[in-house]
Design a protein around this ligand. Structure first.
Ligand code: NDP
Length: 265
C-alpha cells in the first residue's frame, strides 16, 4: 500500500509541532501516512501546491488561512462564516476545506465547565473563529480589541464588540486572550487595571498562546483564576483534522498519543 502524504502549510513553518502530533497519531492507529512541513510563500498558490504534491490532506497556518479559504473548491461548516480555514482534504480531486480551530477551542474550554459568558480579547483571525464557535454554542460572547477598525466582522455577526475607548467592565465567567500580546513579548493584552477588575469576578482565564505562561495568564493566576494555555486548542484542532484525514473517530487513547507527540522535543 502507498503511503498517504500530509503537510502543514505556513510561513514560517519550521517551528510547527503538527508533524510530530499527526505522525504520532498515524503510528497509534497503524495508518500508512506521513505528515511533513511545507513552506508556502505565496498563499494564492496554496491549492496548486496541495494538488501538485498529491497531498491527501493538509493544515494551513499563519499567514495563509484566508487564502486557503478563497482557493478551496468547497468550504464546509462554520468555516463558511469565518472565511478562514486550517484544514484541506482531497476528495476525489476536489479540495474540501474546514476550520477546526473553532471546534478545537470549544473542546479545549470544556474542562472549565459551565461557562455562560466570555470576554474575548483581540479581533484577529483566531478571534473570528472563537467568537462564532461560542455563538453557535449559545455562550454569550463579547469582543474587546485595541483598534476599532477590526470590529466590522463582529458587528456583521451581531456579536457585542468594543475597542479600548468605549468598553465598560462587566462580569464574565471566562476571559480569553486571542491577541498576539505575550507571544514574543511580555505585554498584557490590555490595561492592567482593567484586567484586575475583570479577574475579580471571572472564574477562568484562557490564552491561545501555548507552551508558556504569558503575562496575561500569570496575572490571572495571581488573582486566583483557574488558567489554561493554548495547548489543548492546538491538540483538538489537530485531532479534528486527523479525523477528516483518516476518516476515523478519535479514541481517548489516540488523543493522548497525539498529545504525547505534541510534547516531544
Ligand atoms: P492576528 O494577527 O490575526 O490578530 C492579532 C490580534 O492581536 C489583533 O486583534 C491585534 O489588535 C492584537 N494585538 C497584537 N498585539 C497586541 C498588543 N500588544 N496589545 C493588544 N492587542 C494586540 O493573530 P491571530 O488571530 O492569527 O493569532 C492570535 C494568537 O493566537 C497568536 O498568539 C497565535 O499564536 C495564537 N493561536 C493559537 C492557536 C492554538 O491552537 N493554540 C491557534 C491559532 C492562533 P489590533 O487589531 O489592534 O492590531
Amino acid at each position: 500500500d502507498k503511503k498517504e502524504l500530509f503537510a502543514i502549510f505556513g510561513n514560517p513553518v519550521e517551528h510547527s509541532k503538527s508533524p510530530q502530533m499527526h505522525n504520532a497519531g498515524f503510528k497509534k492507529i497503524d495508518f500508512n501516512g506521513n505528515y511533513i512541513k511545507h513552506l508556502v510563500e505565496d498563499g494564492n498558490k496554496i491549492k496548486e501546491i496541495f494538488l501538485e504534491n498529491s497531498y491527501k490532506g493538509a493544515n494551513i497556518t499563519v499567514p495563509h488561512k484566508e487564502y486557503a479559504y478563497e482557493n478551496a473548491d468547497e468550504v464546509r461548516g462554520l468555516a463558511k462564516d469565518i472565511k478562514a480555514v486550517n484544514t484541506y482534504i482531497n476528495e476525489n480531486g476536489k479540495v474540501i476545506a474546514y476550520n477546526t480551530d473553532a471546534p478545537g477551542f470549544i473542546k479545549a474550554i470544556e474542562s472549565f465547565g459551565g461557562i455562560k459568558s466570555v470576554l474575548l480579547l483581540g479581533a484577529g483571525g483566531t478571534a473570528k473563529a472563537i467568537s462564532l464557535a461560542l455563538q453557535k454554542e449559545k455562550i454569550e460572547v463579547t469582543v474587546l480589541n485595541r483598534s476599532e477598525n477590526k470590529l466590522d466582522f463582529f458587528k456583521e455577526h451581531n456579536i457585542k464588540c468594543y475597542s479600548w475607548e468605549n468598553f465598560q467592565a462587566k462580569k464574565y465567567d471566562l476571559i480569553v486572550n486571542s491577541t498576539s500580546a505575550g507571544l514574543k513579548d511580555e505585554y498584557l493584552p490590555c490595561n492592567k487595571k482593567l484586567l484586575e477588575t475583570l479577574f475579580k469576578t471571572a472564574k477562568f482565564a484562557f490564552d491561545c498562546v501555548y507552551g508558556k505562561i504569558t503575562p496575561f495568564l500569570a496575572l490571572a493566576k495571581e488573582n486566583n483564576l483557574e488558567i489554561k494555555d493554548g495547548e489543548d486548542m492546538l491538540l483538538y484542532q489537530g485531532v479534528l483534522a486527523f479525523e477528516y484525514f483518516t476518516n476515523t473517530k478519535a479514541s481517548k487513547e489516540l488523543i493522548e498519543a497525539m498529545r504525547k507527540g505534541l510534547k516531544e522535543g
